[in-house]
Design a protein around this ligand. Structure first.
Ligand code: ATP
Length: 289
């Protein structure tokens, strides 16, 4: 993994990313800047364009307009080359090799950093064996790091759901990224697993890796991220520190589909009714008694 570096430098920069599918503009002029060693959150309602944005960052989609740069260098529209350049990701729907062992899943990620070419592996020369041994050691270290040491020989599909998510992170880390993109890393997790995931992401940042996280769980995002961008209908609505974003009335409106004042009035009204309801049945029961 990378040593921690100066935190002010921008490591990943997306500028003016627009993605049009047929008649649908999924992203419109979206820009995002990820400073080195920071965690940036990307939130927004369903269909806002979050995963499409990740797909543009990782070369899976070629944006209709705009560019993505890693340390100032424009990234190719080729997922394998983007991974080699230093961006790793996990997916909303876990994409492990279910019938391979836990260790083998991590080794797959490690493969892109192995120096020996296919001929060496054919002849299993000393260079190949040395590389294999290092890859195995490194993968076991990563399993230790994510808290999965001891289950390396299990078949991946037999792991509990939360552990499968951690394994996906270990595989992504095996590619030695500068930037890690996590698409809903806590989906389906219980509160303890969610807290463990939060701590794991903090530890990943401590190693110098910069992180972008998509999540629906805003409580998780606000307690994790250095800055948060809110995407609504393919556009960045608000960006800033968690405190600023959390309090922005436009964010509340975007999430609940109504102005903040209306939401507050409804909450007050519901509370008043709740009080009245409490009195009603209780009085009724007294009458019945
Ligand atoms: N390959 C595609 N072809 C056509 N439309 C697409 C494609 N991928 C995404 N879209 C559309 O783009 C819009 C944004 O979808 P996207 O999955 O990026 O949203 P999201 O914010 O990740 O949503 P969710 O939170 O539900 O995962 C949606 O209207 C979706 O239907």
């Amino acid at each position: 993994m990378n040593a921690a570096r100066h935190s002010a430098e921008t490591v990943l920069e997306a500028s003016g990313v627009t993605m049009v599918f047929g008649g649908l503009t999924a992203l419109n002029d979206v820009s995002l800047s990820l400073p080195e060693g920071r965690i940036v959150g990307l939130i927004g309602p369903n269909g806002a364009g979050k995963t499409t944005f990740f797909n543009c960052l990782t070369g899976l989609y070629t944006p209709t307009r705009g560019a993505v740069r890693l340390r100032g260098k424009e990234l190719p529209h080729d997922p394998a080359k983007v991974t080699t350049a230093g961006i790793a990701r996990t997916f909303q729907n876990i994409r492990l090799f279910p019938n391979m062992s836990v260790l083998e899943n991590v080794l797959v990620g490690r493969h892109i950093r192995m120096r020996q070419g296919p001929l060496a592996s054919l002849f299993h020369g000393p260079g190949f064996r040395r590389d294999e041994r290092r890859a195995r050691e490194k993968s076991l270290e990563l399993l230790e790091f994510v808290g999965l040491r001891g289950v390396e020989d299990e078949v991946a599909r037999n792991l509990p759901y939360g552990d499968q998510r951690r394994l996906e992170i270990a595989r992504a880390l095996a590619t030695e990224p500068d930037v890690l993109l996590l698409d809903e890393p806590t989906a389906g997790m219980n509160p303890q697993e969610t807290e463990d995931a939060r701590q794991l992401i903090f530890r990943i940042r401590e190693t110098g890796i910069s992180v972008v996280v998509i999540e629906h769980d805003t409580k998780f995002i606000f307690s994790l991220c250095d800055t948060v961008s809110v995407l609504v209908q393919g556009e960045v609505l608000v960006e800033g520190s968690p405190d600023v974003v959390r309090e922005d009335p436009r964010v509340i409106e975007a999430y609940l589909g109504k102005p903040r004042e209306e939401v507050e009035a409804e909450v007050a009204e519901a509370a008043a009714h709740h009080g009245a309801d409490h009195q009603g049945p209780a009085a009724g029961r007294r009458d019945d008694a």
